[in-house]
Design a protein. Structure first.
Length: 146
């Protein structure tokens, strides 16, 4: 899919660097898969065991890989498009984005574990809202660093 989009961008723009940049970013986005159907089948059959646990872990790792590929793809796209920012600065920003997202996620998971123990339904909803705002925070840090 990324190659096809790159080809279309090359035909439209006539610029090879724009085609490479667009193909890289779109290819990284296209690598993400929707885990809903897999998880719905597991839930419908109430599957349990080692294989089910392995499938759930693989689904989570697939999403993490897609986010990592997008971060790297967008950085490489900036380099390929002839950005006036140095390569080291772009790679540093990508690493800050990736490791910063992991650090924020670990911190909020620790907070969730602390607050989730023996809580009622309303407090669980507030924790879910906290998780939503954490994703907004990660998005804002991406906008600030890039």
């Amino acid at each position: 899919m990324g190659f096809l989009l790159g080809l279309i961008l090359y035909i439209i723009s006539g610029s090879f660097s724009i085609a490479i940049a667009g193909g890289m970013v779109f290819g990284a986005i296209a690598s993400a898969t929707d885990p809903a159907s897999t998880l719905n089948v597991l839930q419908e059959y109430r599957a349990a065991g080692i294989l089910t646990t392995t499938v759930i872990v693989i689904v989570a790792l697939d999403d993490a890989l897609a986010m990592t590929l997008y971060g790297l793809g967008s950085g490489i796209a900036q380099i390929a498009s002839g950005s006036d920012i140095s390569t080291y600065t772009i790679l540093f920003n990508v690493m800050i984005e990736l490791f910063g997202s992991v650090a924020i996620g670990i911190f909020l998971d620790i907070l969730s574990i602390i607050f989730y123990t023996n809580q009622n339904f309303m407090e669980v909803q507030l924790l879910l809202l906290l998780d939503y705002f954490s994703s907004v925070l990660v998005l804002l840090t991406n906008l600030i660093w890039m």
